[in-house]
Design a protein around this ligand. Structure first.
Ligand code: SF4
Length: 724
């Protein structure tokens, strides 16, 4: 029996886990009680790392499609196929003819996080898509214009706050998002135990709402109206107090002017939250000893995602809670954080290019995945003819997924880096698998930049693997797209990558290291704590770098060097929001998603421990709506929208607001060519078949996945005692 301490790379919480092996068999995964950040916390997904490693459906060799069927091939054959078929497309049609889609797990994988950018830069396509445009892009956009950098995102100082207002967030289930914070149940409990208050705004009475002091069941897509009304009250009652930020903020008067149009009385009938409650919420926020406002996926994947994300931080600024203990603060990660480097940085801007078909602007180097099918299906110069997916399943996770799946069949060539043959990778001509999380090293470059406490933790591979690491795969792909062939000198290429990074930081790469280890060591040495990889290797439970500290003004990189509270690139969208004040709901039904503890977006459903039990892929309906629509608990219903229709079992529950129905995303498994037997046996239904790809947040291009107008009808008449 041996044990290893690893950082779980599955979600944003970065829990420390202890894995026990018997030979090559994982016998137990438990929370690492000595981990400096998670202190023993673990969730069902982390506990399934062994099941993931041993999953018989996981790919263990490259696959190439021959006569419509995937066959196993050697790595050299797979790369030769890519070289033969991809390069001619680039040569004939240009680099934009090759699109990339990078899924969420690519951020949680050190190899793809560090070497993906090398490959993507070498490829040089403007058709770059990620899961960000079906998730958090509005927060990057608003932070970019407020603070100067899309990754300069403040996080709630949950361990010291006395008042936490959360909108569209369910951290008890998600375990935190754009906020790295293991054991949110414990952290929320601690707020209440020290006399603080937790308030949740969400159309569903989520698990988080159930443990909060207060829950407001808002109408989906109206969070920006509520937030503007809170701002309105702060100004109207003279409760604005910038405190220590006074010297560092511009645009306050502009915000005051804009907020005049959103008094609580005007907002109440649209949001469904009474004006009296809105006033009280504003007063409590202003009066709290410290307070943090936090919005997550329910606020970003909606029609006003960027305005909502902006107003969250407008409130944090106006109450003097930005950049102070107990408010929202800017983490200072040990490695790879652009805003920790000294010197002038270029202020954030977007729209440096636009998509060919719909003219949608670039944000943070990517364009909206909601238009990927348009770019594949619309003929003409610049048409996408090839696609490379990296750890993503857009056929389940992006809007109008049915149309996207059809478009993939029209591609000239497709490559997928993935450990599964799933609903997306089944279309690929070549699939390149990678090691499991237990076989690869880990350091969470992205997520420590969002952590509620400054920490650093290095994980060496817990066990040896048979597959080449993704960083080698990425370098071989880099060699192909730069015309250097499929069999480069990997060591020389890797040394070149390290030398470039070293040059930027003025350091020498460490001798005796290679791959991600060498890059992370460089990044740590260039970072603000002067750490080395050897320091982290000597600390298997992580290094605690202390609580968050104030960072304004050094963290700011706007043109003015201040927090620009009313940037035109955001406020230009306010009139569209004001028009929503006339939209008082009248019997309409809208669809929202929901996160589930044992789901990890569209993947991990092939692990028996995570799918056992009753079917979780249901449409939740309030009893009043069920009675009105003739829907019965457990019976199937047809959910239809402008994009399509799906049949889903009904779950009647008072946890959801009347006028709203909810289906979790990431389901709809199986189909020809997939190889995920467990997932197929628990297939569920793909909610993105009814998500309309034309509905976007106007500023960021992020898809509207919450607040989709739908109709729900019984597919069978309700019968017997189960009828509502
Ligand atoms: S909460 Fe996230 S990081 Fe922690 S064990 Fe679960 S999946 Fe892993």
């Amino acid at each position: 029996m041996t044990t290893a301490h690893v950082t779980c790379p599955l979600c944003e919480a970065t829990c420390g886990l202890t894995v026990t092996f018997d030979g090559g068999q994982v016998t137990e995964v438990r929370g690492d009680a000595e981990d400096v950040f998670s202190h023993g916390f673990i969730c069902p997904k982390g506990a399934s790392l062994g099941a993931l490693h041993h999953d018989p459906d996981r790919l263990r060799t490259p696959l190439v499609k021959r006569d419509g069927k995937h066959v196993p091939v050697s790595w050299d054959e797979a790369f030769a196929e890519i070289d033969t078929r991809l390069l001619p497309i680039i040569e004939a049609h240009g680099r934009d003819a090759v699109a990339v889609y990078a899924g969420n797990p690519s951020v949680h994988n050190l190899s793809t996080a560090l070497y993906g950018r090398v490959f993507f830069k070498a490829l040089g396509t403007r058709n770059f898509y990620t899961a960000g445009s079906v998730d958090q892009l509005p927060k990057h956009y608003s932070s970019g214009y407020l603070f100067g950098d899309g990754m300069t995102i403040p996080v709630p100082d949950v361990d010291r706050t006395q008042h936490l207002l959360m909108l569209g967030a369910n951290p008890l289930v998600s375990n935190g998002s754009l906020m790295t914070a293991p054991d949110m149940r414990g952290r929320l409990k601690a707020i209440r135990e020290r006399g603080g208050k937790v308030v949740v705004v969400d159309p569903r009475r989520t698990r988080t709402a159930q443990v909060a002091d207060e829950h407001h069941a808002i109408r989906p897509g109206t969070d920006a109206l509520l937030l503007f009304a809170l701002v309105n009250v702060l100004f109207a009652e003279d409760r604005v107090s910038l405190g220590h930020l006074a010297e560092h903020v511009t645009g306050v008067a502009d915000v005051a002017e804009l907020a005049r149009d959103f008094p609580p009385e005007a907002v109440a009938p649209v949001t469904g939250i009474p004006a009296g409650d809105i006033r009280r919420m504003a007063r409590e926020l202003a009066a709290a000893e410290s307070a943090a406002v936090y919005g997550r996926i329910g606020t970003t994947t909606q029609a006003f995602g960027t305005l909502t994300s902006w107003l969250v931080d407008v409130l944090n600024v106006l109450t003097g809670n930005l950049d102070r203990p107990g408010g929202v603060m800017f983490p200072l990660a040990a490695a790879g954080q652009a805003n920790s480097a000294p010197g002038k940085r270029r202020p954030f801007r977007h729209g440096r290019w636009r998509t060919r078909v719909r003219g949608l602007p670039e944000v943070l180097g990517e364009v909206p995945v909601a238009t990927l099918a348009d770019e594949i299906l619309t003929p003409g110069d610049g048409q996408v003819r090839a696609l490379i997916t990296v750890s993503g399943n857009p056929c389940l996770s992006t809007p109008n997924a049915g149309r996207l799946a059809e478009s993939l069949a029209r591609l000239d060539f497709m490559v997928s880096l993935d450990i599964y043959r799933n609903e997306t990778t089944r279309h690929a001509d070549v699939i390149l698998p990678g090691p499991t999380p237990l076989e690869r090293p880990h350091y969470d470059v992205a997520l420590y930049q969002l952590a509620v406490r400054n920490v650093a933790n290095w994980t060496p591979p817990a066990m040896p693997g048979d597959l080449p690491p993704e960083w080698v795969t990425m370098l071989r792909l880099t060699s192909i797209v730069t015309g250097q062939g499929p069999n480069p000198d990997i060591e020389a290429l890797d040394a070149f990558v390290a030398a470039q990074l070293a040059q930027r930081s003025g350091l020498e790469p460490a001798a005796g290291r290679r791959g991600p280890e060498r890059l992370i060591d460089l990044m740590l040495r260039a970072g603000p704590y002067d750490l080395t990889l050897a320091d982290l290797e000597a600390a298997p439970h992580g290094v605690d770098l202390g609580p968050l500290r104030p960072r304004v003004p050094e963290v700011l990189s706007t043109a003015s060097g201040k927090i620009e509270l009313a940037p035109e690139a955001i406020t230009a969208d306010v009139p569209r929001l004001a028009a929503e004040l006339a939209h008082v709901p009248d019997g309409e039904l809208v669809l929202i998603g929901r996160r589930q503890l044992s789901s990890n977006n569209s993947w991990m459903h092939n692990l028996e421990p995570l799918v056992r039990g009753k079917n979780r892929c249901t449409v939740q309906v309030h009893p009043a709506d069920a009675a009105r629509l003739g829907l019965a608990d457990g019976e199937p219903a047809l959910v239809s929208s402008t994009a399509g229709e799906i049949e889903v079992p009904v779950e009647v529950t008072e946890e959801i607001r009347p006028g709203v129905v909810s289906i979790p995303h990431g389901w709809g498994h199986g189909g020809p060519g997939t190889q995920t037997a467990v997932a197929a046996a628990h297939a569920g239904v793909n909610s993105n078949l009814v998500a309309d790809e034309t509905l976007l947040d106007a500023l960021s291009g992020t898809a509207v996945l919450n607040g989709i107008p739908v109709e729900v009808t019984p597919t069978r008449p309700p019968t017997g005692p189960r009828a509502v």
